[in-house]
Design a protein around this ligand. Structure first.
Ligand code: HEC
Ligand code: HEC
Ligand code: HEC
Ligand code: HEC
Ligand code: HEC
Ligand code: HEC
Ligand code: HEC
Ligand code: HEC
Ligand code: HEC
Ligand code: HEC
Length: 311
C-alpha cells in the first residue's frame, strides 16, 4: 500500500515538473534574438525605469557572469520579437508567472551569493526575490520587507525589553539570512548559541562552573526578539527558574512574629518580619545566584561543590 502511494506521488511530481517547465517556455523563443539594451531605450523612457540606469545590473559585463546575457535582456530575455511587434505579450515579465522571477534571478545568483536558496523555507514557500528586493526601484528596506509577512515577529520588538532594532542598531538580517537553509534561517551553521556569542562573547566561557541550559540554548530563558519581562526573559523570576528547579526548603520557613535579633548588644525587632525567608527566597533568585550564565569562581558555600552560581 505504502509503495503505491509513493509511486503516485512520484507521478504527480513528474507531471508538476513538466508543467513548470512548460510555463517557463511561454514566450516563443524560436525566432527570437537579443537586441541589446540600447534598443530597448528607443521605446522605453529611462525615466520610467526607476533607478535601473545606474543599477549594478546595468554595469556588469558578460564575462563576470560566465558569458550570460547582461543588461535589460539578462532579466527580461531576448527582445527581438517584442520590438518587431511592440507586443507586451512577447517579452518576459515578472508579474505574469510567479515562478518565473526566481529562476531568472537564479541563472546568475545560484553561483553568486545564494547557493542555498532553493533549499530555504522562503523558496519552498514560493516567496519571490521581488517580494523583498525592488529591482527597478531600489526601495530596499530590510526590516520593512520582513514586516510585510512577519508582523508578529516585528511586533515583538515593540515589547518593553527588545533587541535594539527599532532604535536602528540592528535589523532582521543581523541574525537571519533570508536566503539560507539553516535552522530558522539563522546566521549560524552550528548551535543557536553560537549566533548569540558573536555579539555577547562574555557569555561563551568556557566556565569552570557551567549552567547547563546556557550551554544548551539561550532561548530556553530568552526570547531573542522581545519580551515583557526584563532582559528579554521568557518569564520573570522566580517563575523562570521554577520551570526547572524547586524552591529552597527555606522558602517555606516562617519566623515567629515576636522574634527579636540582637544587634550591637541591643535587642531589636526582626527587621524582615516573619516572612523574611519567603520574601528573600521567592522573588529574585539571581539576587544570590548572580552568575547565572556560569562562573570561574566557586560559590561561597561548599556543600554544593561550589557550583551554586552565587558569588
Ligand atoms: C519598438 C518599441 C519597443 C522596443 C524596442 C522595446 N519595447 Fe518593451 N514595450 C513596448 C510597448 C509598446 C510596450 C507596451 C506598453 C507599455 O506597457 O509600456 C512594451 C512593454 C514592455 C514591458 C512590459 C510588459 C507587460 O506585460 O507589462 C517590458 C518588461 C518591456 N517592454 C521590456 C522591453 C525590453 C527589455 C526591451 C529591450 C530588449 C524592450 N522592451 C524593447 C515597446 C518596445
Ligand atoms: C535585474 C533584473 C532586471 C533588469 C536588469 C531589468 N529589469 Fe525590467 N523588470 C525587472 C523586474 C523584476 C520587473 C518587475 C517590477 C519590479 O519588481 O521592479 C521589471 C519590470 C519592467 C518593466 C515593466 C514596468 C512596470 O511598471 O511594471 C519594464 C518596461 C522593464 N522592466 C523594462 C526594462 C528595461 C528597458 C531594462 C533595461 C534598461 C530592464 N527592464 C532591466 C527586472 C529587471
Ligand atoms: C545576468 C546575471 C544576473 C541576473 C539575471 C540577476 N543578477 Fe543580480 N547581480 C548580478 C551581479 C553580477 C551582481 C553584482 C554583485 C555581486 O557580485 O554579488 C548582482 C547584484 C545583485 C544584488 C545586490 C545589489 C547591490 O547593490 O549590492 C541584488 C539584490 C540582486 N542582484 C538581485 C537580483 C534579482 C532580484 C534578480 C532577478 C530579478 C537578479 N539579481 C538577476 C547578476 C545578475
Ligand atoms: C525574504 C526577503 C528576501 C528574499 C525573498 C530575497 N532576498 Fe536577497 N536579500 C535580503 C536581505 C535582507 C539582504 C541583505 C542581507 C544582509 O545585509 O546581510 C539581501 C541581500 C541580497 C544580495 C546581496 C548579498 C551579498 O552577499 O551582498 C543579493 C545578491 C540578493 N539578496 C539576491 C536575491 C535573489 C536573487 C533572491 C531570489 C532568489 C533574493 N535575494 C531573495 C532579503 C531577501
Ligand atoms: C537577535 C537576533 C534576532 C533578530 C534581530 C531577529 N531574529 Fe528572528 N529569530 C531569532 C532566533 C534565535 C530565532 C529562533 C526562535 C527561537 O529560538 O525561539 C528566531 C525566529 C524567527 C522566526 C521563526 C518563528 C518564531 O518566531 O519562532 C521568524 C519568522 C523570525 N525570527 C523573523 C524575524 C524578523 C522578521 C525579524 C526582524 C523584525 C527578526 N526575526 C529579527 C533571532 C533574531
Ligand atoms: C512574501 C512574504 C515573506 C516575506 C517578505 C518574508 N518572509 Fe519569512 N517566511 C515567509 C513564509 C511563508 C515562511 C514560512 C512559514 C512561516 O514560518 O511563517 C517564512 C519563514 C521565515 C522564517 C522561519 C524559518 C523557519 O525555519 O521556521 C524566518 C526566520 C523568516 N521567514 C525570516 C524572514 C526575514 C528576516 C525576512 C525579511 C528579510 C522575511 N522572512 C521576509 C514569508 C515571507
Ligand atoms: C548582531 C549582534 C547581536 C546578536 C547576534 C545578538 N545580540 Fe543580544 N544584544 C545586542 C545588542 C546591540 C544589545 C543591546 C545592548 C545594550 O543596549 O546595551 C543586546 C541585548 C541583549 C540582551 C539584554 C536585553 C535588555 O533588555 O537589556 C539580551 C538578554 C540578549 N541581547 C540576548 C541575546 C541572545 C539570546 C542572542 C542569540 C539568540 C543575541 N542576544 C544575539 C546585539 C546582539
Ligand atoms: C537559565 C536561564 C538563562 C539562560 C539559558 C541564558 N540566560 Fe541570559 N540571562 C538570564 C537572566 C536571569 C538574566 C538577568 C540578569 C542577570 O544576569 O542576572 C540574563 C541576562 C542576560 C543578558 C543581559 C545582562 C548581561 O548580563 O549582559 C544577556 C546579554 C544574556 N543574558 C545573554 C545570554 C546568552 C547569549 C545566552 C546563551 C548563551 C543566555 N543569556 C542564556 C538567564 C539565562
Ligand atoms: C531549562 C531548565 C533550567 C532553567 C530554566 C534554569 N535552570 Fe538552573 N540548572 C538546570 C540544570 C539542568 C542544572 C544542572 C543540575 C545538576 O547538575 O544537577 C542547573 C543548575 C543550577 C544551579 C547549580 C546547582 C547545581 O547543583 O549544580 C543553580 C544554582 C541554578 N541552576 C539556578 C538557576 C536559577 C537561579 C535559574 C533562574 C534564573 C535557573 N537555574 C534556571 C536547568 C535549569
Ligand atoms: C538568599 C540567597 C538565595 C536566594 C534568594 C536563592 N538561593 Fe538558591 N542557593 C543559595 C545558596 C547560598 C546555595 C548553595 C547552597 C549549598 O551550597 O548547599 C543555593 C543553592 C541552590 C541550588 C543548588 C541545589 C541545592 O539545593 O543545593 C539551586 C538549584 C538553587 N539554589 C536554586 C534557586 C532558585 C530557583 C531560587 C529562586 C526561587 C534560589 N535558588 C534563590 C542562595 C540563594
Amino acid at each position: 500500500m505504502r509503495f503505491q502511494w509513493k509511486s503516485l506521488f512520484l507521478v504527480v511530481s513528474a507531471v508538476l515538473l513538466v508543467a513548470a517547465v512548460a510555463t517557463a517556455e511561454d514566450v516563443p523563443m524560436a525566432d527570437n534574438a537579443y537586441i541589446g539594451s540600447e534598443a530597448c531605450l528607443d521605446c522605453h523612457d529611462v525615466a520610467d525605469l526607476g533607478t535601473m540606469e545606474h543599477d549594478i545590473h546595468m554595469q556588469i559585463q558578460s564575462f563576470e557572469v560566465q558569458g550570460r546575457e547582461v543588461g535589460c535582456e539578462g532579466c527580461h530575455g531576448p527582445g527581438k520579437l517584442h520590438m518587431e511587434e511592440s507586443d507586451p505579450e512577447l517579452i518576459r515579465t515578472f508579474a505574469k508567472d510567479a515562478d518565473y522571477s526566481d529562476s531568472v534571478c537564479m541563472t546568475c545568483h545560484a553561483t553568486k551569493n545564494l547557493p542555498e536558496w532553493d533549499a530555504s523555507i522562503h523558496a519552498l514557500e514560493a516567496v519571490q526575490c521581488t517580494d523583498c528586493h525592488g529591482v527597478h526601484e531600489r526601495t530596499f528596506k530590510p526590516n520593512e520587507a520582513c514586516t510585510a509577512c512577519h508582523a508578529d515577529s516585528r511586533a515583538a520588538f515593540e515589547l518593553p525589553s527588545h533587541h535594539p532594532l527599532r532604535e536602528g542598531k540592528m535589523d532582521c538580517s543581523s541574525c537571519h539570512d533570508p536566503h539560507s537553509a539553516t535552522e530558522f534561517m539563522l546566521k549560524t551553521r552550528m548551535r543557536k548559541a553560537d549566533l548569540c556569542y558573536t555579539c555577547h562573547q562574555d557569555k561563551e566561557g568556557p566556565f569552570m562552573f557551567e549552567h547547563p541550559p546556557v550551554q544548551e540554548d539561550c532561548s530556553l530563558c530568552h526570547n531573542p526578539h522581545g519580551s515583557v519581562a526584563n532582559n528579554l526573559l521568557t518569564a520573570n523570576e522566580p517563575t523562570l527558574c521554577l520551570q526547572c528547579h524547586d524552591f529552597h526548603f527555606h522558602a517555606g520557613y516562617r519566623a515567629s512574629d515576636s522574634h527579636e535579633v540582637e544587634i550591637g548588644g541591643i535587642e531589636r525587632e526582626n527587621p524582615f518580619g516573619s516572612e523574611g525567608f519567603q520574601i528573600a527566597y521567592t522573588t529574585n533568585c539571581t539576587q544570590c545566584h548572580s552568575r547565572i550564565h556560569g562562573s570561574d569562581t566557586p560559590s561561597q558555600t561548599t556543600t554544593n561543590w561550589g557550583k551554586g552560581l552565587t558569588q
